[in-house]
Design a binder for this molecule. Structure first.
Ligand SMILES: Cc1cc2nc3c(=O)[nH]c(=O)nc-3n(C[C@H](O)[C@H](O)[C@H](O)COP(=O)(O)OP(=O)(O)OC[C@H]3O[C@@H](n4cnc5c(N)ncnc54)[C@H](O)[C@@H]3O)c2cc1C
Length: 492
């Protein structure tokens, strides 16, 4: 019988997912979750702080870069799509077993479309479509260059547009919009009903120190202004933007050489209900030259707590905070001898990005509106309002040749003895949370993961666990049918 003590820092979707996986696999485990805010899932995982796209690579053109020879590389898209199917399977298990309950559906089906204009982009989209539809995962993708067909799919985007304009679009009707905040809250609510799980809100982890056995976690109860100490055999730093600072505090050698560059997201939200009902899709375009991958513009139907809304963005903004509810000192305080050079060299090598961010920061409301009009020509400025979403901290990593490189993905950093793991970066994010947390288990608990007990339980939760959905068309379609049914995606 195991009585391992796990401490999870942060109550976002990553810690919530890891907590549930651990509790299902190791029912005797003692799990402690510390969250600095008074609410669960209120930073990046909150519905209004992210775009809510169930990233399945159906529409995100940045997941399928064009190679120098003109062909399209879909390897990243296949991986992300598979990861999202894995997330849906775990959510279906939690829903089916009644372990997570939400008042309104946390996942809704919504068409995912890519929309481009200009010869070069049309040729890219067609090649992308041809490469992707060879796989079961994407075989339902539709492609058209016909103005009227696109007008049928997304009328709002075609009204007021010159019908002689060269355009093309793809559509996947099984895309989704996800309220990641809602599923996070539901998972933590479930954990609170389990034996030996404690969730402390308003508790900020201030330090993590290695002990002879395990770790000491120093925490401040922010409401009572009291310092506390906890002990753990394993620590997961799931603190989102706050993870880098905590990783530095743990002082593990593997954490040296990492820096973070914060970019916050803003969206225009439509407050005219007559416009909102005219659009029903997530339509992703092509990112501007030099822009970071997460800045791909999209006109997005959102379904939040049963209410439909329409968003356009994201626009990038700069802040030195690592968390939306963080401190302006986060970036300066994260600078240490080990990461100054990687940060400087990454800055020098990414002049395009720096230029892009400066342009974004100084754009006027009219500039933002102009970007919207490329997708919705008849938009009226008075219908739209600018809102600030969450904060992403892009990873900067020490590199032998380049000095430092800017990374747009996520990275798990763990100690040599695998008793502590931190998640850095934020993309593709919440959609792939289950696969990322399975990677944490694989890295930190390899023997237990290989045991018959854990393998059996994982297959119950995730029917495709251990098998590829990329190469196995039948399994992909079968598990997709299963999750569509349980999550009621055809009815939403
Ligand atoms: C603008 C934007 C758009 C996005 N769009 C999408 C999308 O469409 N689809 C998608 O899949 N993903 C998207 N993402 C990414 C996604 O939101 C994140 O990957 C995901 O929410 C990260 O979850 P997390 O649990 O790691 O972090 P968070 O949700 O940020 O949770 C971390 C928690 O740790 C807490 N914390 C921090 N420091 C401490 C401390 N010292 N002590 C205690 N608690 C602490 C924080 O308060 C927070 O609650 C987007 C992100 C942004 C910013």
């Amino acid at each position: 019988m195991s009585e391992k003590r796990y401490t999870l820092i942060g109550a976002g979707i990553m810690s919530a997912t890891l907590g549930v996986l651990l509790k299902e696999l190791d029912p005797e485990a003692h799990i402690t979750i510390y969250e600095r805010l008074d609410e669960v899932g209120a930073e990046s995982s909150d519905a209004w702080n992210n775009a809510g796209t169930g990233h399945s690579a159906f529409c995100e053109l940045n997941y399928t870069p064009q190679r120098e020879d003109g062909s399209v590389d879909i390897s990243k898209a296949l991986k992300i799509s598979q990861s999202f199917e894995v997330s849906k399977q775990m959510w279906a298990y939690l829903q089916k077993t009644g372990k997570v309950k939400t008042d309104s559906p946390f996942i809704n089906d919504i068409d995912h479309m890519s929309f481009v204009w200009g010869k070069e982009n049309i040729s890219f989209l067609k090649k992308r479509y041809e490469a992707m539809t060879k796989y079961g995962m994407f075989e339902d993708m539709e492609y058209t260059e016909d103005f009227d067909v696109i007008a049928d799919w997304v009328p709002l985007m075609m009204k007021g547009r010159d019908s002689s304009e060269e355009i093309a679009a793809t559509r996947m009707m099984i895309g989704t919009d996800v309220n990641f905040g809602s599923i996070t809250k539901a998972m933590i609510k479930y954990l609170r009903t389990c034996d030996n799980v404690k969730v402390f809100l308003g508790h900020e982890v201030e330090d993590i120190t290695r002990k002879d056995e395990g770790w000491q976690v120093d925490v401040k109860d922010l409401n009572e202004d009291v310092e506390k100490t906890g002990e753990a055999d394993f620590v997961f730093v799931g603190a989102g933007g706050g993870a880098l600072i905590l990783l530095e505090k743990s002082d593990i050698p593997e954490g040296r050489g990492y820096g973070g560059f914060p970019v916050s997201g803003q969206f225009l939200i439509c407050n005219n209900p007559e416009v909102v009902v005219q659009h029903e899709a997530k339509v992703y375009g092509k990112a501007a030259h030099g822009s970071p991958p997460m800045s791909v513009p999209h006109l997005d139907t959102r379904m939040l707590n049963g209410v439909r809304s329409l968003l356009f963005g994201p626009y990038a903004a700069f802040s030195t905070k690592f968390l939306k509810n963080g401190s302006f000192m986060d970036l300066p305080l994260s600078l240490e001898v080990h990461n100054i050079w990687p940060m400087l060299s990454a800055g020098i090598q990414n002049i395009d990005l720096t230029k892009y961010l400066i342009e974004q920061v100084f754009q006027s409301p009219e500039d933002r509106f102009e970007a919207l009009q490329k997708y919705y020509p008849n938009a009226k400025m008075e219908d739209w309002e600018l809102i600030t979403a969450g904060q992403r901290v892009q990873i900067i990593k020490k590199d032998k040749e380049e000095g430092g490189v800017l990374k747009f993905g996520t990275e798990i950093v763990s100690s040599e003895d695998n008793t502590i793991a931190a998640l850095l970066g934020a993309s593709p994010g919440a959609s792939t949370s289950v696969s990322i947390m399975l990677d944490v288990l694989k890295r930190c608990f390899p023997e237990r993961l290989a045991s018959d007990d854990w393998q059996k339980k994982l297959k119950e939760m995730i029917p495709s666990f251990g098998q590829s959905l990329i190469d196995n068309r039948e399994l992909c379609l079968q598990t997709r049918d299963y999750t569509t049914g349980v999550l009621k995606l055809e009815e939403s």
